[in-house]
Design a protein around this ligand. Structure first.
Ligand code: FA5
Length: 339
């Protein structure tokens, strides 16, 4: 039996030396040390030995097992090292190869305008306020002094979710939400999405962006409104820009005006962009109607304010000479990459 054990050790070690992969070495392990392995078979026959022989053979068998196991471990380590070395030499990194260009994304032109506008107004001391896009009829119309039969309330102009809930048609409801929560002095702007049941054409889309402005304090006048909008127009379109007020009607401002700016392309001389007039319509504005102040528990005898609302998409069109608003929403990279 002693002889048999020695033979097994010699054969196992020779087999182990001949292995080249982890799978091969596993097969050798099963062949000699597995349940039906050669060493195991011999050890099963030990029961037939005499009590003197058994410890002697048992010791030898243990030695043989240990030697085989050790040799398996050292072969495995060697194989792993060889596998690693061959991977390292085959997967060489060529540091002289040219790098891959990473294309950086950029903000949508309307988001860029929004950022510009926020920058201009926050420098003038305005804070940014937010309101919901799904709005109540109360905040979008009633609290803003819109008559019950005002045409803008019609379903052909406004998207209704239910009788009292709509998609806001303007950012003006943020005026009311702010005045309800904050005591004057108030100086806020509120950029965001608006929705109208308008058929898409070169200057209309059913979803567009507005920026609302609101100032309420003691002694605020139309002169403050004019000064603020003049600063805005010069920063946004260029320092040569002038503005003018045309009388208009909004339910929530009195007096109300539409504000035009000198065409930034021809600087007021008249061109195709301004249709020869030299002026371009910018926004709606006016002094906050006393009824709106009252609806928000602000005493119009003590406080006055001005408000304005501009279409950000249209401002962006004017600034860059874009002739169709729908281009903003087509996601054509050839168009968007120009900004
Ligand atoms: C208003 O919405 C008022 N809330 C503005 C205002 C605020 C006046 C505060 C006084 C005080 P108007 O309906 O004119 O006003 O819309 C303002 C701007 O939104 C327009 O000048 C235009 O630039 C933009 N706009 C309106 N409808 C669309 C549309 N369908 N697509 C793109 N832009 C639009």
């Amino acid at each position: 039996m002693q002889e048999e054990l020695k033979n097994i050790e010699i054969c196992a070690i020779a087999d182990i030396k001949n292995t080249n992969t982890s799978e091969e070495i596993d097969k050798v392990r099963v062949k000699y040390l597995g349940k039906k392995g050669e060493l195991t078979k011999v050890l099963r026959g030990m029961g037939k030995l005499s009590s003197e022989q058994r410890p002697v053979i048992g010791k030898i068998a243990n030695n043989v097992r240990e030697n085989i196991e050790q040799s398996i471990v050292s072969r495995i380590n060697k194989i792993k090292q060889e596998e690693l070395n061959s991977r390292l030499s085959s997967e060489v990194i060529d540091v002289t190869m040219p790098g891959q260009k990473i294309t950086l994304g950029k903000k949508h032109p309307i988001t860029q305008s929004m950022d510009d506008l926020i920058g201009i107004f926050t420098k003038m001391g305005f804070k940014v306020a937010e309101g919901p896009e799904v709005e109540s009829v109360y905040y979008n119309f009633d609290a803003l002094n819109a008559a019950k039969n005002h045409p803008s309330r019609d379903m052909s102009d406004t998207f209704y979710i239910d009788e009292n809930t709509i998609l806001r048609t303007q950012t003006s409801p943020v005026q009311v939400r702010t005045m309800e929560k904050t005591k004057p002095p108030i100086r806020i702007i509120s950029p965001g999405r608006c929705f109208r049941n308008d058929t898409p054409d070169a200057t209309h889309t059913p979803m567009f962006h507005q920026l609302e402005g609101l100032v309420v304090d003691k002694g605020i006048t139309l002169g403050d409104l004019k000064g603020t909008l003049e600063v805005f127009a010069k920063y946004f379109f260029g320092s040569q820009t002038k503005i003018k007020f045309r009388p208009h009607y909004f339910p929530f401002t009195e007096p109300s005006a539409e504000v035009d700016a000198t065409c930034f392309k021809c600087t007021g001389k008249g061109c195709s962009l301004c249709k020869g007039s030299g002026w371009i319509e910018l926004l709606g504005a006016g002094m906050v109607h006393p009824n709106v102040l009252r609806n928000c528990n602000i005493d119009p005898e003590i406080y006055s304010g001005f408000a304005f609302g501009m279409g950000i998409d249209r401002l962006t069109m004017m600034k860059y000479g874009i002739d169709d608003i729908r281009l903003f929403f087509e996601n054509d990279m050839r168009f968007l990459n120009q900004f």
